[in-house]
Design a protein around this ligand. Structure first.
Ligand code: PLP
Length: 439
């Protein structure tokens, strides 16, 4: 898209949904499960997308502040289009047999991590859930398989697991501990609503690890999001990840960092854990690593790798060559945007904070991962009102999503290369909508 075209965006020429969108939405309802959620959140039917602009089948053009929930960190751009087109001329399914693309990808991935992690190994998956499941399986495997995992309140690591119980072979079953993992929950630091400090949380973990009357299967690992995504774009205080690292060292726990949403430049560093200079034992990666072509991976200590049996956590579709071809280019290109994301992320936060509305109770975030939490009478804004606000934004041409414990957090997830004009226009629409409330 030519830069000067951004002046005319967004472009809304029908009511939302427009007539053609309505028809496709109805047909979707006819054939597909009613349990889908995004068509309710954004009632349009999509024709195409370019950069950070989405066009519906009625010719309306929207500003995209969702980026496929951090899947399109470089937007719907030629970087992915060209890489996939080139790759499809050669091969688009290769099991685990190496291709040049696969090796290029592994090398680029390796380079993207801090020097202390360059000897780590990669195990591919398909989705974020798949990667998180593999990560916990690895932790259990290296700790002999009887442990539990500490996960946080408000955490989101995906919806999968359990399907292994329908598979018969012992050689597969021995590689999965996910017959419902044994999970022990502790609070995530969320000071807006709950009083637990980092020290309180670490004390809870220490108690579980040392009290013979705690009553839990002893944990062997902790899985943590550097910033909670679906939980509400909650940024823990600086020092949180370091404290988790230290308690993991103290009790020989495996530290699993889930970078599925925070990774790949989203927070202004390639990996969000780099904000705290810690070295995780396992990192879960998905979403933007394939630019929209499904792929995921776990990146983990090489001494762990020696303990994994053959056919550990395997699957037909892992590491699709199209996704890896996109990934190579994404990994090469993302570093160019990190400084911009750090700088403009702070500016965006200032702009959101300056909106003069009683609804806005908190603005927080790092880089282009910004949450705006709304309350009314000291309570979370109701789910219905949030949906109305979201639809109101959409009808003005801004696609923006929500998250949080009560669904009352708007989140800014623009592509890292979104043009300034689209951030500016989006801010104007967001400001007017929040100031007007729902009419
Ligand atoms: C932090 C985090 N982990 C895991 C997942 C699960 O990823 P997927 O939906 O690809 O299974 C998500 C999805 O949003 C996520 O945000």
């Amino acid at each position: 898209m030519e830069l000067n075209e951004y002046k005319n965006l967004p472009k809304i020429i029908t009511g939302i949904p427009g007539p053609k969108s309505k028809l496709l939405l109805q047909k979707q309802k006819r054939y597909e499960t009613q349990s889908v959620v995004y068509p309710d959140a954004f009632p349009i039917a999509i024709k195409s997308a370019d950069g950070s602009v989405i066009e519906d089948v009625d010719g309306n053009r929207f500003i995209d502040w969702v980026a496929g929930i951090s899947v399109l960190n470089l937007g719907y751009g030629n970087i992915v289009r060209d890489a996939v087109t080139k790759q499809i001329e050669n091969i688009w399914h290769a099991l685990e047999i190496p291709t040049e693309t696969r090796i290029n990808f592994l090398e680029e991935l390796n380079d993207s991590f801090p020097a202390a992690m360059r000897n780590y190994k990669t195990l591919f998956g398909i989705s974020g859930a798949d990667a998180c499941e593999a990560a916990i399986n690895i932790a259990h495997a290296v700790h002999s398989g009887n442990g539990s995992t500490i996960a946080f309140e408000g955490a989101y690591h995906g919806i999968a697991g359990g399907i292994i119980s329908a598979t018969a072979g012992e050689k597969y079953k021995r590689s999965s501990y996910s017959k419902g993992f044994n999970i022990l929950r502790v609070p995530y630091p969320y000071s807006m609503w709950y009083p637990y400090s980092v020290n309180d949380i670490i004390d809870m973990i220490r108690k579980v690890m040392t009290d013979p009357e705690a009553g839990y299967n002893k944990p062997d690992s902790i899985i943590v999001e550097p910033i909670q995504g679906e939980g509400g774009y909650i940024v823990p205080p600086q020092g949180f990840l370091k404290a988790i690292r230290e308690i993991c060292n103290e009790f020989n726990l495996t530290m699993i960092v889930d970078e599925v949403q925070t990774g790949l430049g989203r927070t202004g560093k390639m990996w969000a854990f780099e904000h705290e200079n810690i070295i995780p034992d396992i990192v879960c990666v998905s979403k933007s690593i394939g630019g929209g072509i499904p792929v995921s991976l776990v990146y983990y200590r090489d001494d762990y790798d020696l303990q994994l049996p053959k056919s550990f956590h395997i699957g037909t579709y892992r590491a699709n060559p199209l996704a890896l071809a996109a990934g190579v280019e994404i990994l090469k290109t993302l570093p160019n945007y990190l400084e911009r994301v750090r700088r403009d992320g702070e500016e965006l936060k200032r702009n959101f904070k300056s909106i003069n509305s009683d609804l806005i109770a908190d603005v927080r975030g790092l880089g282009f991962m910004i949450g705006i939490e709304l309350t009314e009478d000291n309570k979370p804004v109701s789910a219905n009102k949030m949906v109305e606000l979201k639809h109101s934004l959409l009808s003005k041409g801004l696609i923006m999503h929500t998250c949080g414990h009560w669904g009352n957090v708007f989140r800014y997830i623009g592509a890292l290369n979104i043009p300034d004009e689209l951030n500016q226009k989006g801010l104007e629409i967001f400001t007017t909508t929040i100031m007007e409330g729902v009419k």
